[in-house]
Ligand binder design. Structure first.
Ligand code: MN
Length: 757
């Protein structure tokens, strides 16, 4: 195990300004925190964070990163807390360690391959500081190096995760060497036989082709020098895993693999790419069918390059990839290239504070590797930063804000859902499935019940509760940010209205049919659709509800001989003397109400009476509007058919009702479901003297009786008295009366009455 002073020396070797005391403190703290813990190999646990730190010293990283490496497992695996880390090592290191703890808690295992990309994005989003990812990759590398001590099933799981998530991430970050090593370990454990075969074969080839890479590099340089071109050339032998995956993907044998040697030629301009191609093809014989121009036709992921295969100096097939510097960074760093370089340019543009070197960090990240070193992108980033800007901004600008426009959340079963920032559980529900969105009634985030318009955060686990009978209200459109959710809500609201109108039309027809002793059925009406010039039953029913088609016309179409009877029946009903009689609760409806004495026996309907259109509640299966002043179960009510609006429901005493001719009145009846009670609107007027505390006392009475105040207006009628108009929501008439009586009993209230405006 590396000794304390050895670690400090290693860091000081590349960064003399590193904080020695800090490193020592972290070493001792981590060693004590892990105490007697052992690794699977039997080695002391502390050897692991120490090795991770050592890997990072090879990358010449700053002291904060090394300290983070030492501490990276203490929060999750020991008694240590974030607060303690903050206190002892400062909030910067605290945040870095916290990032690693968060990653560790993520279960990235055995997710489907198509989700791997999302998981990489999630890792990056959660990390927020590039050093968290660097420590994580070093952590993974050390775990892969020591994988032999794990149980076989863990080996497989960890190796799969490494291949799917971490190796591509390392590649994306431009850390090709790290990627190669991760892939090599994973390949070895996942497919030992293939690994052995490929490795042996590569070894054989290497011996046979000793010095070939250097030879080809030199040849390329020379022939391009001869035509006056300065280029960068890098050649490498393919690694076992990439050779293997190419063989597996293309179903070819090792012998057929022409591109075990691949060379990159990097030039300044697109024009140069074609010039290099011309020179290469002139010098070496080309292999037919291997030329691909991804410059004029980029791949879907924006990859651009010219690929060709030639027969090289030793009659060995050699693949050449020719590209510009920009194309190269996109190929190597993918999304990161855009974001990082964009950031770097932005910083550069600021131009302020040039050159004031910020000790540890800037120096530590200036790599001395050859130009083609694997951490080139980091070095280039640092160089760009050092050139014309304030190096202190380094941290800020290396923070990975690549995926700031996205959040990644999980279903309870672990499925990952990517959403735009600002998304709510409702967006999440629609992203899972439109049916889930349409039925969503409430949401739990990380086990906690939250409003359905809560903004989701990275890593949230979201559970959606659904109800089959639920329809998303049109207003929910404003609670979502995804187009998918928005259009689904719009569609659902439209469908609901269509259904409501069809149901209303059906009810109107049922009443009309019953009135002449006929029984209504959808089938009977469907048969006459062509005669009524409607394509579907729902269309026709909705037209009836909107008063565009008279019920009488439908009757006439279904049973012409009965149409005359229908007309007479209609006239009888419309006689004012009779009209009074049918404005009442039907017995059936009354029985459903939970009312005390609200249903008056004086108006019990005769048995032959036609049942009215059922009014279930505010959220009806039909379009129902409660008129000003409202109406509550127990009230006698009248409906008025309002074209385009549905049924307007009036309390029988509402003065507004008198504005409509009796012909337009329709028979309605309460049909409240006692299982799902709903509140109904009612308006009261309360007159009270202007004294402090009056309003509170009134509200208190209403609240204690279980009423809701929906609206409150003050009408100052006299200087010392105020009339309050209070919009209430109550269960029924008995409930409303209880509130009114409760208010009357208060000394501060001088007058209470129900009003209809
Ligand atoms: Mn670890």
């Amino acid at each position: 195990m590396m000794r304390q002073y050895e670690l400090v020396e290693r860091v000081q070797k590349y960064d003399p300004t590193a904080d020695e005391a800090l490193l020592n403190r972290a070493y001792v703290y981590a060693m004590r925190a892990h105490g007697n813990q052992k690794r699977a190999s039997g080695a002391p646990y502390f050897s692991h964070p120490l090795e991770v730190a050592a890997i990072l010293t090879d990358l010449k990283l700053d002291d904060a990163t090394i300290v983070t490496a030492l501490l990276h497992d203490v929060i999750e695996d020991t008694d240590a807390t974030r607060a303690e880390i903050d206190q002892l090592f400062g909030p910067e290191i605290g945040a870095l360690v916290d990032g690693l703890t968060k990653i560790k808690r993520l279960d990235l295992v055995s997710k489907k391959a198509e989700q791997a990309e999302n998981f990489r994005k999630l890792l990056i989003a959660i990390s927020s500081d590039i050093r968290v990812l660097l420590v994580k990759l070093a952590d993974r590398l050390h775990n892969m190096r020591t994988l032999e001590h794990m149980k076989p099933e863990s080996r497989k799981r960890v190796s799969e995760e490494t291949l799917e998530i971490y190796a591509p991430l390392a590649g994306r970050m431009g850390m090709q060497a790290l990627r190669d090593e991760l892939e090599e370990h994973a390949f070895r454990w996942l497919n030992p036989e293939a690994y052995q075969t490929v490795t042996e074969k590569l070894h054989e080839l290497r011996e046979r082709n000793e010095g070939l890479v250097e030879e080809i590099e030199a040849a390329l340089h020379k022939m391009l020098d001869d035509v006056g071109m300065k280029v960068e050339v890098s050649g490498r032998e393919k690694k076992p895993y990439s050779v293997w995956s190419k063989m597996a993907n293309k179903q070819i044998s090792m012998e057929q693999l022409s591109d075990i040697y691949a060379f990159r030629v990097i030039v300044d301009t697109i024009d140069d790419c074609y010039r290099v191609l011309g020179v290469a093809h002139q010098t070496w014989r080309t292999v037919p069918g291997r030329f691909k121009d991804y410059i004029s036709t980029p791949k879907q992921n924006n990859y651009q390059s010219i690929h060709t295969t030639v027969v090289g100096p030793r009659h060995q097939r050699v693949e050449l990839q020719i590209r510009t510097r920009d194309m190269h960074s996109v190929a190597e760093y993918g999304v990161a290239a855009h974001a990082l370089y964009k950031d770097a340019r932005k910083v550069n543009g600021n131009g302020a504070n040039g050159g004031s070197a910020n000790g540890a960090l800037s120096k530590s990240l200036v790599f001395t590797d050859k130009e083609s070193g694997p951490y080139q992108w980091l070095r280039r980033l640092v160089e760009t930063l050092l050139e014309g800007s304030n190096p202190e901004e380094f941290l800020e600008h290396t923070k990975l804000e690549l995926f700031q426009d996205q959040v990644f959340c999980f279903t309870p079963k672990g499925r990952l859902i990517a959403l735009p920032r600002g998304a709510t559980p409702l967006d999440f529900a629609y992203a899972v499935h439109t049916d889930v969105g349409n039925a969503a009634v409430s949401a739990y985030v990380n086990g906690r019940h939250v409003p359905i318009d809560t903004r989701l955060r990275n890593g949230d686990e979201v559970e959606i509760k659904t109800s089959k009978t639920h329809t998303p209200p049109a207003a929910w459109e404003s609670l979502v940010v995804t187009g998918r959710a928005r259009s689904a809500i719009r569609r659902a609201a439209r469908d609901a209205i269509r259904r409501q109108y069809a149901e209303l039309g059906r009810r109107l027809l049922m009443s009309a049919f019953e009135r002449i002793g006929e029984s209504y059925s959808d089938e009977r009406v469907k048969k006459v659709l062509p005669r009524l010039a409607h394509k579907s039953l729902d269309d026709l029913l909705a037209a009836v509800a909107r008063n565009e088609v008279a019920t009488e016309d439908v009757l006439r179409a279904v049973a012409p001989e009965l149409a005359a009877t229908a007309r007479q029946a209609q006239q009888r009903v419309d006689e004012p003397s009779k009209a009074k009689g049918w404005l009442r609760l039907t017995r059936a409806a009354t029985n459903k109400l939970r009312l005390g004495g609200a249903s008056s026996s004086e108006s019990d309907p005769p048995a032959a009476r036609v049942r009215g259109i059922p009014i279930r509640g505010v959220k009806n299966d039909m379009p129902v509007l409660f008129e000003a002043g409202g109406a509550v179960p127990g009230d006698r009510i009248v409906g008025v058919l309002a074209p385009g609006e549905g049924i307007r429901v009036f309390q029988i005493h509402s003065p507004r009702l008198q504005e409509f001719e009796h012909e337009r009145w329709i028979d309605v009846a309460w049909d409240v479901d006692p299982e799902n009670p709903e509140r109904f609107p009612a308006l009261i007027s309360v007159t009270a003297p202007n004294r402090p505390g009056t309003l509170a006392e009134i509200a208190n009475v209403i609240g204690q009786s279980g009423g809701n105040i929906d609206n409150l207006k003050m009408l100052r009628r006299a200087s010392d008295f105020t009339e309050l108009r209070i919009g209430l929501e109550v269960w029924d008439l008995a409930h409303l009366n209880q509130i009114i009586n409760g208010l009357k009993a208060k000394a501060v209230v001088s007058k209470v009455e129900r009003v209809f405006e």
